[in-house]
Structure formats: C-alpha cells, structure tokens
Design a protein around this ligand. Structure first.
Ligand SMILES: [Zn+2]
Length: 232
C-alpha cells in the first residue's frame, strides 16, 4: 500500500455535492481597452478568504524558536505539513478521480507532470500524480539518512534542498485542491482549515526561503487576498 493509500480513509457523502457555487471575480484587466478577463475562482471571494480557524501571528509561529537547531525545526514542520496536507488530500480523494481530474492541474490550468526515477516526465491523472507525490514524500521522511530521528544524528548536506522539494510538492497539492476541489471543500466546511493551512505553509516557506516566487505564482492572487502582502 502506498503512503497516500494508507491514509485514504476519508468518506464523503456525495449527495451533498450537488451544490453549485458560481463566483466570477475580476482577475486582471487586459491591456486591450481594459478588457475584463473573468475566471471562476471562488476561493478569492471575500466571504471565504476571511475565514480561518485561527488568527495566530503566523510570523511568530513559523520563526525559528531561540535555541533550536534550524534543521530540526525544518524537519519537524515538514513532517507536520505532510501529515496535514495528506489528510486533506485523502478526505477529498473520492472526488479526485482519473475521470474528474485527468491531469494534475492547478490555477490557470497549469499542468504538473511527475518526473520518475529515470528523469522521464509523466503526464498523468491528478490522483496518480498525488499518489506519486505522497509516496515519494513519505519515503523521504522515513529515510533515516535524510530525516534522522536518532539522538546525535547529523542531517545530510542536501537536506534543505530536499525540504524545498517537499514544500514544492505540497504546495502543488494545495494548488490542485483550490483549483479543482474548492467547491467540495466549501460544502464540507473545510475552507477555514484549508485557508489556515495555506497561510501557515506559505508563511513558513517565506521565513525559511523554501519556495520560489515562480512556484507560488499560480496562487499569488490567493496569497494577496488572504492578506499576506509581505509575501509579494
Ligand atoms: Zn482532483
């Protein structure tokens, strides 16, 4: 069983997913005669972006506590983010199928491709892509040579590089959820949790320089809408 499969226990009452919420927002004004370009992005609607489960100071929450080893802080938070995002992904997995999501798409219909061990790029369905993703991360987190847990162990030279890779993959999971499954998240009442998790992840990434601007760009409008102006 894969890492993702091991926790795919979420059960949804699909009868509740008949709601449709259509929200069109102005994304940007085109150069030609201020032509309005509209796109359906309900996650940007103010009534939703204002919802979160805590208003904790995320900068203080994500900063390295005095006296703590930075690698230890990165490792423990990476594990925690993986568990939380895997749980969200698993809860929505019944709604993310090869039929509903034939590609691992994100905002602006960006399509993520998985790169296998031989460097070959695989264009696959979203559930398969995220199964690869979660299995890859789980294998990494349980590799004692990469994420050592024994007292006195030393983190490898490429540790931060691998942490950055994990954060990129986790960000893509959230990008797909916001882009393709936000309505289901709304129906389930998950959006305050989703927003909080997203804010926490992006703040942590900013504090520790884990995500490149080009990688967060697909959800830059959400970052701004959530009031994270310092991230721009
Ligand atoms: Zn999907």
């Amino acid at each position: 069983m894969t890492a993702a499969g091991a926790v795919k226990h979420g059960h949804l009452n699909t009868d509740r997913h008949t709601h449709t919420l259509t929200v069109c927002v102005v994304l940007f004004r085109g150069d030609n005669n201020n032509e309005l370009v509209l796109e359906e992005r309900p996650y940007l609607q103010q009534q939703y972006v204002s919802e979160r489960i805590t208003h904790t100071d995320m900068t203080a929450l994500t900063a390295l506590p005095p006296g703590l080893d930075q690698a230890e802080w990165l490792a423990s938070n990476t594990v925690a983010f993986f568990k939380h995002i895997n749980l969200f992904s698993s809860t929505l997995s019944e709604l993310c199928t090869p039929t509903t999501c034939p590609t691992a798409c994100g905002p602006n219909n960006i399509v993520y491709t998985w790169t296998d061990d031989q460097g070959k790029k695989l264009r696959c369905s979203a559930p398969l892509y995220f199964d690869y993703t979660m299995s890859y991360i789980q294998d990494l987190l349980t590799d004692e040579d990469v994420f050592p847990t024994r007292a006195g162990s030393v983190f490898p030279a490429g540790f931060v590089f691998l942490v950055k890779k994990v954060f990129l993959l986790l960000f893509r999971v959230l990008a797909h959820i916001y882009w393709s499954h936000y309505r289901e998240a709304l129906v389930l009442g998950l959006h305050p949790h989703l927003n909080t998790l997203f804010i926490h992840l992006t703040h942590f990434s900013l504090q520790h320089d884990l995500l490149e601007a080009e990688h967060t760009q697909p959800l830059q409008d959400l970052i701004i809408a959530l009031g994270q102006y310092s991230l721009t």
